[in-house]
Design a protein around this ligand. Structure first.
Ligand SMILES: C[S@@+](CC[C@H](N)C(=O)[O-])C[C@H]1O[C@@H](n2cnc3c(N)ncnc32)[C@H](O)[C@@H]1O
Length: 189
């Protein structure tokens, strides 16, 4: 897929403004039921760094994004976390983690790319490691501003993750409207 949006300083700054009102506090609250404090977490698509800050209150978090512009903005803000340029599909990294977290990031992957990402996540998760990902709920997929958006159903996420992960939590939650989003938490089998 082509990923033009997010790949300029201007669009990164514009996304940060739009996303100002939103954070993953509720998701991280649920994650806390399955992940011990002090665990290592790799965040995919860190973007503005809002969830990175919340996660860092309990975990040792590495931030990552495939857009250098978001990372530059976080570096300018003197964020102390390790930050990596990383594609959520290929996940080319040598380290392993107790948890991989993303908030509205894997929505930018096609179904095939998501399946590839799931396989690659397995490789960089420690035994018994946790995945915690949010998605937009629905059946649409479309391209806007050069960026692909892919909505998912609970059933398809269960089909794709459950061969590799024991599903611990898979439910709708409200982001902008009732039940417009899905949170999935799974443990590596
Ligand atoms: C909708 S924003 C979400 C940002 C942040 N997680 C939040 O909750 O505000 C999507 C983020 O994922 C990043 N992203 C999109 N596709 C990616 C990919 N294939 N690999 C890594 N990051 C990606 C974008 O650069 C952007 O920071």
């Amino acid at each position: 897929m082509t990923y033009q949006y997010y790949q300029t300083r201007e669009s990164a700054e514009s996304y940060i403004k739009v996303a100002k009102e939103f954070d993953g506090q509720e998701l991280i609250h649920h994650l806390g039921k399955f992940l011990q404090k002090g665990s290592t977490v790799l965040e995919l698509g860190t973007g503005p760094g809002t969830d990175l800050e919340i996660l860092s209150q309990s975990y040792h978090v590495t931030g990552s994004d495939f857009s250098q512009h978001f990372l530059d903005i976080l570096i300018e803000k003197k964020i102390q976390n390790e930050l990596l340029i990383l594609n959520a599909i290929t996940l080319e990294i040598d380290s392993t983690f107790d948890c991989i977290y993303s908030n509205k990031v894997l929505q930018h992957l096609t179904n095939d790319e998501l399946l590839l990402s799931i396989q690659n996540q397995l490789q960089i998760l420690k035994d018994g490691g946790i995945v915690c990902h949010s998605f937009w709920a629905g059946t649409d997929s479309y391209e806007m501003k050069g960026t692909f958006h892919n909505y998912h159903t609970i059933e398809e996420l269960e089909d794709w993750f459950s061969p590799y992960f024991k599903i611990q939590f898979l439910k709708f939650y409200d982001e902008m409207e009732k039940d417009d989003s899905i949170l999935l938490i799974g443990q590596k089998r």
